[in-house]
Design a binder for this molecule. Sequence first.
Ligand code: HGY
Ligand code: MN
Ligand code: MN
Length: 391
Amino acid sequence: MTDLADIASVGRDARRGGYSRHGFDRAEVELRQWFTEEAARRGLDVVPDRNGNLWAWWGKPGPDAVVTGSHLDSVPGGGAFDGPLGVVSALQAVDALRARGFRPSKPIAVVVFVEEEGGRFGVACLGSRLMTGAVSPEAACKLTDPDGVSFGEAAHKAGFDPLRMGRDEQALRQIGQFVELHVEQGRGLDVPVGLASSILAHGRWRFTFTGEGNHAGATLIEDRRDPMLPASQLVLAARRAATGGARATVGRIVPNPGGTNVIASSVDVWLDARAADDARTREVVEAISEAAHAAAVEEGCEVRVTEESYGDTVHFDSALRNEISGVLGGVPALPTGAGHDAGILAGHVPTAMLFVRNPTGVSHAPEEHAEPDDCAAGVVALASTLEHLAR
Ligand code: HGY
Ligand code: MN
Ligand code: MN
């Protein structure tokens, strides 16, 4: 908790509440600096990889390492635990292992992935997707933030060479197992620690509605082609389509130009849709797209849909999960609707996730919270897991 307190003032968002810490922005760069100092204080060698991720090594970097860690960036106005709890718990687990004189027979690494939330450049898990090749460096470096700054420029400014980015075979070969500790983001865990069984299929789609910008007062209703109308229909269609456990969310609508007395000329709407499998997710998005197109035609507007990111359902490695559950004396396994870097790595290396109880289940909001005793239980569980895997 003192480590979390150390960074509690970094990236506070006075307007939204909570934290806004995004890939390579000032707050996240400050957190990278904090992580580097904390790792160095423990004698861990911090080695940035070529995709913007940081690796702190206990032992010489080598194949079959036991890797843990998470991310330090947040959603806009996010909570204090989503991401940082996994990084801080990893450092605390190293301390606990050192305190009991454990000497790992394999390298152990604590990794911090960049832009996990996609809060600045729009694609979630960008650092782990670049490392696994799930996103090409060309596509990633072209992504821009709301001010038009590209990921490539921001990465370059932070000391990374965009031309060297891309699938990192060496980094992947070094990972024997990856175990990410994370605050639970729903209300599925009623004991201090659990394990993840699966992640919903999920993606992000951008809908751009185009009509005719005009004067809010001088334009008769019958003369309007107002893109805000089909945009609003999309929001309602998303809720209608999200049945049977599926989820569909519009959390971001940006009218252009965005004046109170101006009929927008275009409106961008981002849809986040998730469901138990690929077919169901696509079905939900299809239903919403149909409603959006019909509403656009009704209002004399055009609409363009772009899929910005997508990941199929993740089923975590049951052998590794059962092995860890055994080490911990049997903890519940639960599915999650939240995406994680562990979800990206699960397709490449044996991967598991430890969850720490979230008493309210609220996440991606300033009210996100985990009790100190449960956080401590998480550190104990992670330390036991690392000791078992690296013995
Ligand atoms: O959106 C997610 O599920 C994750 O927090 N990036
Ligand atoms: Mn998150
Ligand atoms: Mn997270």
